[in-house]
Design a protein around this ligand. Structure first.
Ligand SMILES: Cc1ncc(COP(=O)(O)O)c(C=O)c1O
Length: 362
């Protein structure tokens, strides 16, 4: 990889690290962050790793008014033999540029972004927790910072990476979740920004989420925004169903996120010769399959949980119980394989992991 020019300012203070048993998602941040600026004259410039700090930006910064922002989410894992590795970071960097493109944000050099990820994790690698199931969550993001009121692409941006140690998603073992199918609100439509990872998509999902949470469901299953008929995705996860031995996941239609975990699951299923298809699937078809006893498993996929089995779907007054509310065999196999690769317990035959270089001995 090209030797990228990233300046490093080492933090004079080292914060106390939280106890690995008590990590709360997204609340504590490491000692350093990566930053890079953009303006129309210079392009992206001044790539640097600096002590973690607050930002000083104008209240007129365009991001506050017109929402031109994108983000990513990935993790660094500590393996049993003490290495630190990233899982498919190239996919996140590519997706960041797809989101950038949709939001008219200038593209970022992908080699530089990968190098920034590796260098930052290496500098703060003591923050990668040791306990089983824990990891270091990495949040790259871009915001528009030009101080200007007017709807137009900003001429100034910041690309920033921050990191936060996270606890095990399943402290008491994998537990299936209850999901409500959303009939009133929609998340995105084809031609909109659904396939970009941009803040506005999440802001517009909050209302539906708030309502179903009060009813005891953990997340919403979105239907397509036009016919309200076809299944799209779940909150912050893609979704898979095993029907009569075949695994089905909604095709990438332009309104759902192309998940890295989704892609990894499809890859594994094909590798295992399990029939898998990416196609349209209606909620009616799913209900019929359930009525006929053909709906064997359902699970969500995403960086946070890897696999989240679905034990119950609620749709227009009907409760669809799946696999007696238990984790299915396939869900477990996929979960064990992907987490096995991430933590270095299972051979990485697809070359999905990227080692973060060991710090040089001083
Ligand atoms: C809307 C949405 N769908 C799906 C996913 C899953 O994507 P990934 O597997 O890349 O984490 C996420 C999480 O990033 C998401 O926010």
């Amino acid at each position: 990889m090209a030797n990228q020019n990233i300046q490093v300012e080492v933090s004079p203070v080292r914060k106390n690290k939280p106890n690995s048993n008590e990590l709360v998602f997204g609340t504590e941040f490491t000692d350093h962050m990566f930053m890079m600026d953009y303006n129309a004259e210079q392009g992206w410039y001044d790539a640097r790793i600096v002590p973690y700090q607050d930002l000083k930006i104008s209240p007129a910064s365009m991001v506050f008014h017109y929402g031109q922002s994108v983000f990513e989410g990935l993790k660094a894992f500590r393996t049993e033999d003490g290495r630190v590795q990233l899982f498919r970071p190239d996919r996140n960097v590519k997706r960041l540029n797809l989101s950038n493109n949709r939001l008219v944000i200038p593209p970022i050099d992908e080699d530089l972004a990968l190098e920034a990820l590796k260098r930052l994790v290496e500098i703060d690698k003591e923050w990668v927790p040791h306990l089983e199931g824990t990891s270091l969550y990495i949040r790259p993001f871009v915001i528009s910072t030009e101080p200007f009121l007017g709807v137009a692409p900003s001429q100034h941006y910041k690309f920033i990476i921050i990191m936060s140690p996270v606890g095990s998603y399943y402290k008491e073992g994998i537990k299936p979740v209850k999901i409500a199918v959303e009939n009133e609100f929609v998340r995105a439509v084809k031609g909109g920004t659904g396939e970009a990872k941009t803040g506005g998509n999440y802001a517009s999902s909050l209302k539906a989420q708030e309502i179903v949470e009060k009813e005891g469901y953990s997340q919403v299953l979105w239907l397509d925004g036009i016919e309200r008929k076809y299944i799209e995705e779940v909150g912050s996860m893609n979704v898979f169903f095993k029907i009569n031995g075949e695994v089905v996941t909604p095709m990438l239609s332009g309104s759902i996120l192309s998940g890295v975990t989704r892609d990894s699951v499809i890859h594994l299923l094909k590798h295992w010769n399990i029939p898998a298809s990416e196609r349209k699937i209606s909620i009616e078809e799913l209900y019929q399959a359930h009525q006929e006893g053909a709906l064997e498993e359902a699970f969500g996929t995403g960086t946070a949980a890897v696999i989240s089995p679905i034990g119950e779907l609620y749709w227009e007054g009907k409760h669809i119980y799946i696999n007696d509310g238990k984790t299915g065999e396939l869900s477990k196999r996929v979960y064990d394989t992907i987490t096995g690769i991430q933590y270095g317990r299972v051979e990485d035959e697809f070359k999905w992991t990227v080692n973060v270089e060991k710090e040089k001995v001083k």
